[in-house]
Design a protein around this ligand. Structure first.
Ligand SMILES: [Zn+2]
Length: 434
């Protein structure tokens, strides 16, 4: 299709006018390809999409109509989201496709639009169909029943998992690239939420900075929290630097799913109903930032509600920032588990129940991670134990020999059911002897 000159020149639009020869006549197909569409600039976009006109091109001589599939980036400023409609499959090339289209678009957009685009989270959908369904869902329209064809392999097996991200009506947005460190970050956030004392804040800052030094400043929540702590501590330059960084860290793949169970009860125990404005109940129709309501849900597999619209299981499996390797993630875990164990086990502080659950998840998840890679990645496991021992003891003492004895005594004194602590103490003793 072709659009008006006014629309082509609008600041939030990147539209490329091209043409290809029509082989069965002497004419040409002239078309507009949409790299970038700011929905605020083109309110009629929805109708164009619904009427299936987006990919239709017409020969200027014989009038024949052909169909092409242009990838398109749609910006919804009111929801702080870019949606990339891709026609490729779930093969891992989607993200590089997005980057290429955004680069091309940025050269045609005003610098203000290009700049804000590079701060927004982006999500991927399968073609025009996925785009239509997501735009509808964001407006509160119930999801249709997914139907083939699917541009991805259906899930095999059934299971539930915990997902941290943002609740948005019936949808849930999450960072697939952060799954390997989500539990660490959540534990730190729970700790940080209960702290008002400056000395305690500095401890959290030390742990968070240690983690970021190893894996890089990629987790938007962690970087943001560190910035907030610096703000509380009155260190404004550092705070500003980190909050800027957190804002650019948001520019990453924010995957969407509708296959979730939300355990938050809609009514209170005393029968009075929850306010509709409470975070867990935010309806999609409230036009706000998709990243405004942090939440944790249980994800269902198979994710059949996502089929054909925005399901990229292969890509989700392999998505992570380049700084996240088995080695660095285990080192970061070692550091976090070491510090948290020092503060909350050795110094036996009182903790909030929510923190204790989050900490328990870190201890269990880390043990599982270590056992899973023990044979294939011995270096990563060594990296874990070294950072763990350093954070829990060695960074705070010079008495190596008595330390080994202390740990042996602690193991001997453990209750029979203290399996987790036994696992960590025995590992530490091995590391210190080795
Ligand atoms: Zn023709």
């Amino acid at each position: 299709m072709l659009v008006s000159e006014r629309l082509r020149q609008a600041p939030g639009m990147a539209i490329y006018r091209g043409s290809v020869p029509h082989e069965s006549c002497a004419g040409r197909f002239v078309f507009d390809s949409f790299y970038y569409v700011d929905l605020d600039e083109w309110p009629d976009f929805r109708r164009t999409l619904d009427e299936d006109r987006l990919g239709k091109i017409q020969c200027d001589t014989c009038g024949d109509i052909a169909e092409v599939k242009f990838p398109v980036i749609v910006e919804i400023a009111s929801r702080n989201l870019l949606i990339f409609a891709t026609h490729g499959g779930d093969d891992g090339g989607v993200e590089s496709g997005f980057v290429a289209v955004l680069d091309r678009a940025a050269a045609m957009l005003t610098s203000v639009v290009a700049e804000r685009a590079r701060r927004r989270p982006y999500t991927f959908v399968h073609g025009y169909r996925g785009l239509r369904v997501l735009l509808d869902a964001l407006d509160g329209v119930p999801l249709p029943k997914p139907a083939p064809p699917y541009a991805h392999a259906p899930d095999t097996g059934r299971h539930f998992s915990t997902l941290h991200g943002y609740r948005y009506g019936d949808l849930f947005f999450h960072y697939p690239g952060q799954r390997t460190v989500d539990d660490l970050v959540c534990a730190l956030l729970h700790w940080s939420a209960g702290v008002t004392d400056a000395a305690e804040m500095k401890k959290i800052v030390a742990v968070a900075e240690g983690i970021l030094r190893i894996i890089g400043p990629h987790h938007p929540w962690l970087v943001h929290e560190l910035g907030r702590l610096y703000l509380e501590l009155g260190e404004f330059d550092e705070a500003q630097r980190l909050l800027e960084l957190a804002s650019s860290a948001q520019h990453c793949w924010l995957a969407v799913t509708a296959s979730i169970l939300d355990a938050t009860p809609a009514t209170r125990a005393d029968v009075e109903s929850q306010s509709a404005e409470l975070p867990h109940a935010t309806p999609a129709t409230v036009r706000s930032d998709v990243c405004s309501v942090r939440h944790t849900v249980t994800r269902q597999r198979p994710a059949y509600k996502d089929y054909a619209f925005w399901h990229f299981p292969e890509m989700e499996q392999n998505a992570h920032p380049s700084g996240y390797t088995t080695q660095t993630v285990h080192e970061a875990r070692g550091l976090a588990v070491g510090y948290l164990s020092r503060y909350f086990i050795d110094e036996s502080r009182s903790v909030f129940p929510s923190f204790s659950i989050a900490f328990g998840n870190v201890l269990t998840g880390t043990k599982e991670n270590i056992e899973a890679v023990a044979d294939a990645e011995p270096e990563a496991v060594r990296g874990f134990w070294w950072h763990y021992v350093l954070a829990r003891w060695l960074g705070h003492t010079n008495e190596h020999d008595s330390l080994v004895q202390e740990i042996d005594t602690a193991i001997a004194d453990l209750a029979a059911e203290a399996d987790l602590e036994r696992f960590y103490l025995e590992g530490a003793a091995r590391e210190l002897r080795g």
